[in-house]
Ligand binder design. Sequence first.
Ligand SMILES: [Zn+2]
Length: 330
Amino acid sequence: MNGRVIWTRPPLRRVSRANPCPICGRDSWCGYTEDGLVLCVRNLGDTVPTTPARFRGISRNQAGIWLLEGLGPTPPRRVSGPKPKPKKEEKPLPPPEEVDAELARVLDRLDLSPEEEAALSRRGFPPPIARELGYRSYEEERWPKRGKLPIWLPRGAGWVLAAPAGLLIPFRDQEGRLVGLQVRPRDQSGNKGKYRQVSAGGFPASVHVSRLGEGSPRVWITEGALKADIASLYTGERFIGLPGVSSFRGLEEALKGLRPQKVVLAFDADYGDNPHVRRSLQHLSEMLSLSGWRVRWAVWEKSLGKGIDDVLTEGHGGQVRIQASPPFAR
Ligand SMILES: [Zn+2]
């Protein structure tokens, strides 16, 4: 394993399905050594671990350091602990092909209206390209039948999407399959955030992989699918858009599928000012390093733009620097 793994005693191993993390119980991102030391990126000592263990502090890269109790050279997998309870509302989704087909049927019926076209144009995203990539306007159209996904609400004799009128943003996996939709409501007066997952409950958001930028040796990660698509259009490189700054569902699979030489984190210039966001980004970089990816950070002067898409559409791409350390103090 390469990457900036900081543990040097017995080799740090990645958790897997066969050897889940003894602290958080999950099968990805965390690491352990055969002599019972665990680096858990999800539990920084603030919740009870799934296996008896003592919290020893936080690593330089912001993973929780744990020492399993009563453990000699036994590998962590022999430790039995309660399995983490699955979240109640998360019913299994249909297979990816069916998710893709149902969401594609939704998009096929819709078009981009002048209102959303104008908004996309203002952001530097040409509407014909947005349409090609699956962007649509939603105006509370009704369908006679619902599908299998938890995205439908009954209305009258038919069904509507669980979304207000607005811009529908398609989320895709590394193979181009649709994995979810976000909506940017036309009415931004609510308090629910600029972007929302289209869900009637129980449809968790996954990361989005841009369709543009195929084969680029670097893969960039930013927050937001729209931002990712715009940035990808302007750089010709592949971008992954997180649905939220601490939402990583599908990220590991995406990177495994894309196999980049480097992963560049490109988050808004003001992110370092928010401690919660900073911690999420440190987790992200730790998770990526533990998995062996070479992590870099994209930085730019705040005056050039807030998001990477702003910087690029304004023609300042040449002033984006790629560096090994995060753009904020640890
Ligand atoms: Zn863990």
